[in-house]
Design a protein around this ligand. Structure first.
Ligand code: KG4
Ligand code: ZN
Length: 356
C-alpha cells in the first residue's frame, strides 16, 4: 500500500516520558524529522512511577517539548497535516494531558487528530531505523508494563500469541534490581552486573518453559516471571555473602529471562514461518537478549531487528509512524477522542485462549 506523503506531529505521554516527534512520508517509507524525549527523573527517588506526579510533569513539559521538536524539524504548524497522540493504554491522568493538548492543538491549526495505541506504536518503531523490519514478522514487545508475543501478518493485522501471566519482563528486571540493591529503573544495571557473574553458581528454573509443551497448549507461548523473582529473593536471603554473590544471582536471573524470551519467540517464528523477528519496548535495549535472539534465529535463516534505545523505550516517533498507516487508511478522530487505561490493539485477534 502506498499513500500520499503527510507530515504528522506526534505526542506521547502514557507513562513517564513526555515526547514529541515530527514524522513525514508514507507508512511504507516513514521519515523521522525530529524527536524530543523528556524522561521524568523525579520518579527515581520513589523507586517507581507516581501517577499524579507524572501527569503534572507532562503538563509542564508538553508545550516546551512540542515547541522544541517543531524548531528542530524547522517546521511551522501550517506544514502539519495531522496531530497524533497516544490515547491508550497507560496511566489515565498522564494520557489525558497528551490527548487534551493534541485535541486543542489540532483544533487550533485546523487539522485532524488521531489517537494511536501505544503498543501498536512499539510495533512500528523499529521500521523507522530498519526499513526491512516490516510485516510479516514475529514481534516480541517487552517493556516495564507489557510482555507480548505477536504475529504481525500485515500492518493492522495482529495475532496475540502469548503474554505474561503476572509481571512484565521489564517489571521483573526492575524488581530484581531492587532486590540486588541496584537503582531504578534497573534493567540495564542487572544486565551489566550479570556480565560479571558465573552462570553456574545460581541456576533458576526457566519460567513456563519445558520440553513437554506442545503447540496449542495454553502455556506454549505465555511467560510468567513471579516465580523467578521469588527464586531471586530466596537466593538473596540465603546468601551469606551478598557482595560476592550479587553478580552470580544477577547472571542466574538474566540467563533464565533471556533463554525464556528467546525460546518462546523462536517457537512463534517457526510455527508461523516468519523469518523476521522484531523487538520493541525498553527491554529490547538489552544487548544480551538481542545477541541470543540473533544466534537462535540464525539457525533457521531468520533475522532479528531491534531499535536503538531512543526508539525502543517510549517515544513519540513510533506514534507518528503508526499514525501514518491509519491516516492512509482514512482513520480520523474528533473532539470525542478519549484516554483509556487499557484497551486492545486495533486489529488484534487474541489467540492466547486455550484451544479446546
Ligand atoms: O518501554 P519502556 O521505556 O517503558 C515502559 O513502557 O514500561 O521500558 C522500560 C523498561 C524498564 O523496566 C527498564 O528496566 C527496562 O525497560 N530496560 C531494560 C534495559 N534497558 C531498559 N531491561 C533489561 N535490559 C536493559 N538493558
Ligand atoms: Zn512503552
Amino acid at each position: 500500500m502506498s499513500g500520499t506523503a503527510m507530515r504528522v506531529l506526534a505526542l506521547e505521554s502514557s507513562c513517564d516520558e513526555t515526547s514529541a516527534a515530527v514524522v513525514s512520508g508514507t507508512a511504507a517509507a516513514p521519515r523521522l524529522e525530529s524527536l524530543v524525549i523528556l524522561s521524568q527523573d523525579v520518579h527515581r527517588i520513589f523507586g517507581g512511577v507516581v501517577p499524579e506526579i507524572a501527569s503534572r510533569e507532562h503538563l509542564t513539559a508538553i508545550v516546551p517539548v512540542t515547541r522544541q521538536v517543531m524548531s528542530d524539524a524547522r517546521c511551522q504548524m501550517s506544514e502539519i497535516d495531522a496531530v497524533a497522540v497516544t490515547h491508550a493504554p497507560g496511566l489515565v491522568g498522564a494520557l489525558l494531558v497528551g490527548v487534551s493538548y493534541a485535541k486543542a492543538l489540532a483544533t487550533a491549526i485546523g487539522v485532524p487528530v488521531i489517537g494511536v495505541h501505544h503498543m501498536e506504536g512499539h510495533l512500528f518503531a523499529t521500521a523507522l531505523e530498519h526499513p526491512e523490519a516490516v510485516p510479516p514478522f514475529t514481534a516480541l514487545l517487552v517493556s516495564g508494563g507489557h510482555t507480548l508475543l505477536i504475529d504481525v501478518e500485515a500492518w493492522g493485522s495482529y495475532r496475540l500469541l502469548g503474554a505474561t501471566r503476572d509481571d512484565a519482563a521489564g517489571e521483573a528486571f526492575d524488581k530484581v534490581a531492587k532486590l540486588l540493591g541496584l537503582p531504578y529503573p534497573g534493567g540495564r544495571h542487572v544486565e551489566a552486573l550479570a556480565h560479571d557473574g558465573d552462570p553456574k553458581r545460581f541456576r533458576f528454573s526457566r519460567p513456563m518453559l519445558n520440553g513437554g509443551q506442545r503447540l496449542g497448549d495454553a502455556d506454549y507461548y505465555d511467560v510468567s516471571f513471579s516465580g523467578l523473582k521469588t527464586a531471586v529473593l530466596l537466593a538473596v536471603r540465603g546468601s551469606d555473602d551478598l557482595d560476592r554473590d550479587r553478580p552470580h544471582i544477577a547472571r542466574g536471573f538474566h540467563d533464565a529471562m533471556v533463554e525464556t524470551l528467546v525460546a518462546k519467540t523462536l517457537r512463534a517464528a517457526r510455527a508461523h514461518g516468519r523469518t523476521r523477528i522484531v523487538l520493541g519496548g525498553g527491554v529490547a535495549c538489552n544487548r544480551t537478549l538481542l545477541a541470543a535472539m540473533q544466534e537462535g534465529a540464525a539457525a533457521f535463516g531468520g533475522e532479528v531487528f531491534a531499535p536503538t534505545p531512543r526508539l525502543a523505550t517510549d517515544n513519540a516517533a513510533m506514534i507518528g509512524a503508526a499514525a501514518l498507516f491509519h491516516l492512509e487508511r482514512g482513520v480520523r478522530h474528533d473532539a470525542s477522542l478519549n484516554a483509556h487505561a487499557s484497551r486492545p490493539i486495533p486489529g488484534l485477534v487474541d489467540a492466547t485462549a486455550p484451544r479446546r
